[in-house]
Design a protein around this ligand. Structure first.
Ligand code: KG4
Ligand code: ZN
Length: 338
């Protein structure tokens, strides 16, 4: 079975082909970073328009790279939410048009479910059940995953998502969009131990997170005339606080759920300090740790094509395009056929 996946939920236009026999056949992506950079963040209307411009050439490229014709596809999957509604509509409309023209089932994919399943594209791949730490620009969640479609959210951020905290702190430090990678790069030059930020909500029981206070702590610590070294040192301390906080909560959640596998996914999963901290914590306790390759932590269509395949049983004949700006993971149903 060959599934074409289309991702347009935010500022990346991406198309991929997943083949149940041969694995990932191709993945093509266009990042809109340069388009949004002058505005310091994603401008939704510009994002939608750029998706319109890029999507068809990317579909052609993904098919050519996979050495397939459109007639050889068996389903079309697209990100139906959560995300920017106009941006989602572009991918949804193109996917529905393609599915109609080719007479193929159309699969609406939940973006966070796709992030969660992204490590399935790697070797070795995790086996169910596992705990997933989802850390992206819009979500911070700990999810107990029993199987495809069988998710229980154990904890989540009560305010900012961790990626959002990275982006906001980067802005405070005068770093360019996208803030996460820029902050991580700056932190490399930071001296460890010069600043110390709290590990929010780790002192009390529970698995929820809060990152907005951390942003305030950075704001009050940042000297008015901060030097480049001050900023690097603060970036370093911020990153360490986030990594420590996430590690503590993962350890707690693994113990609570009784799982021995941890999957980390979403844009912040590309952060090397977080990856190292999780590795350090997992090794002595025998926890098996799985990450997608770094380019599949951030938004991509490989994970959409894979999730579309995993959810193929829910494919339907193309009809009205269904996209949702907000879509809690808890509202996903178990697919009728595993
Ligand atoms: O998963 P993603 O690409 O999009 C969403 O679904 O939100 O995540 C984007 C988030 C942004 O907040 C970005 O700053 C953050 O992931 N991010 C990082 C890194 N790469 C991306 N944060 C920290 N370190 C990174 N290397
Ligand atoms: Zn994402």
């Amino acid at each position: 079975m060959r599934v074409l996946g289309i991702e347009t939920s935010c500022d990346e236009t991406a198309v991929a082909v997943y083949d149940s026999e041969h694995g990932l056949r191709s993945h093509a992506l266009h990042s809109q970073i340069a388009l949004h950079a002058p505005y310091g963040g994603v401008v939704p209307e510009l994002a939608s328009r750029d998706h319109v411009r890029r999507i068809n050439p990317l579909i052609r490229k993904a098919l050519a790279d996979a050495d397939l014709s459109a007639a050889e596809l068996n389903a079309v999957a697209y990100t139906a939410g959560p995300g920017l509604i106009g941006a989602l509509m572009v991918g949804g409309a193109v996917a529905a048009g393609l599915a109609t023209a080719l007479n193929l089932p159309l699969v609406a994919v939940h973006h966070m479910e796709a992030h969660l399943l992204a490590p399935m594209l790697e070797t070795p791949r995790p086996t169910f059940p596992f705990l997933a730490l989802l850390v992206s620009g819009g979500h911070t969640q700990l999810v107990a995953v029993e199987g495809v479609g069988r998710y229980a959210v154990l904890g989540e951020s009560l305010d900012d998502a961790v990626g959002e905290a990275f982006d906001k702190v980067a802005k405070l430090l005068g770093l360019p969009y996208p803030g996460g990678p820029a902050l991580a790069q700056r932190a490399e030059r930071g001296k460890p131990g010069r600043f110390h930020f709290p590990r929010p909500m780790t002192e009390r029981p529970g698995l929820d997170f809060s990152f907005s206070g951390l942003k305030t702590a950075v704001l009050t610590t940042l000297p008015r005339d901060a030097s480049e070294q001050d900023k690097a040192d603060i970036a370093r301390a911020f990153e360490e606080s986030v990594a420590d906080t996430l590690v503590i909560k993962c350890e707690r959640a693994l113990e609570q759920a009784g799982f021995d596998s941890l999957v980390v996914a979403g844009g912040v999963g590309a952060n090397l300090r977080l990856r190292a901290a999780l590795q350090k914590s997992a090794a002595p306790s025998g926890i098996r740790l799985y990450f997608p390759r770094r380019e599949f932590c951030t938004d991509n269509a490989a994970m959409i094509a894979y999730a579309g395949w995993a959810r193929r049983a829910e494919g339907r004949a193309p009809g009205p395009i269904a996209v949702r700006a907000r879509w809690p993971l808890s509202e996903l149903r178990v697919p009728p056929v595993a």
